[in-house]
Design a protein around this ligand. Structure first.
Ligand code: MF3
Ligand code: CO
Ligand code: CO
Length: 257
């Protein structure tokens, strides 16, 4: 026992609900479904399992999760009009709150046939997140996380979005510290046991600048290049880390089924 074991127990439950939601959505995310239908399935699943979808009414957001397609970097708003079609690449970002604790996780989904460049972008994005997760332990610094992601992604010829970052998370959806996905080794705050936060790199096939659409939420790549993202909610333990949002079904990156 330690002073954060109760917090971690609750983070496990919230993380599990968020990851189970993505697992449940996996079979439904296919050509012909609208992003609003994905939103509804997720909202109902989380509600029926005793939780609530945190994005709903969050700072005026009108849906219960984010659906970010192709050149959308993040915070895409589900819509009845947007029907998934062959070749689409979709990030679905679910945040569940249950017992006052949040679980926040996102995965990429590919519709039909994907070009090699897209598959490569998705693999590099997932790998960059996992590489950063694997170094987590008390005593490393926040800058080490960013360095791990940025150096790997840039070596592959892609770029790391600067305008959005990971975040502390527990009984508050977004709390300090910011988790930058770029940075320098041995800089920034020390990681300590009991810290809980997300790592959620947004990686662009082209350059990193983003542009906001007029809806005030949707962020797109300025150069219209493809963008990919994955997200996990994690905790720092005495000698390493715990991922709260791992898929029980092994659905960590596409292809899933
Ligand atoms: N889930 C997003 C994150 O990873 C935040 C979405 S807030 C919303 O932090 F309002 F855009 F839904
Ligand atoms: Co997040
Ligand atoms: Co999220």
């Amino acid at each position: 026992m330690n002073d954060y074991s109760e917090k971690f127990e609750k983070m496990r439950i919230a993380g599990k609900l968020a990851s189970q939601t993505l697992d449940m959505l996996t079979k439904n995310i296919k050509e012909g479904i609208s992003t609003a239908q994905i939103d509804k399935l997720s909202y109902e699943f989380i509600r029926d399992n005793g939780g609530y979808s945190a994005p709903q009414y969050y700072r005026g957001f009108k849906k219960s999760l984010c659906t970010s397609l192709n050149h959308v970097v993040c915070h895409g708003v589900p819509s009845e009009e947007r029907i998934l079609k062959d070749g689409d690449a979709l990030n679905v970002d679910v945040t569940a709150i249950i017992n006052e604790h949040y679980g926040d996780t996102s995965r990429m989904f590919c519709i039909g046939k994907s070009p090699v460049k897209l598959k490569n972008l998705i693999n590099v994005t997932h790998e960059s997140m996992m590489k950063a997760i694997k170094i987590l332990k008390p005593g490393i610094k926040l800058g080490d996380i960013g360095f791990e992601i940025q150096s790997y992604v840039e070596e592959k010829g892609f770029s790391v979005v600067r305008d959005f970052c990971g975040h502390g998370i527990s009984t508050i959806f977004h709390e300090p510290p910011n988790i930058l996905h770029y940075g320098k080794k041995n800089t920034g705050m020390d990681l300590r046991p009991g810290m809980t936060f997300t790592i959620e790199p947004m990686i662009n096939a082209g350059k990193f600048p983003v542009k906001m659409l007029n809806d005030g939420w949707t962020a797109v790549t300025k150069d219209k290049s493809l963008s990919a993202q994955f997200e996990h909610t994690l905790g720092i333990t005495e000698n390493g880390y715990e991922i709260f949002t791992e898929s029980a079904k092994g659905y960590f990156k596409p292809p899933y089924l």
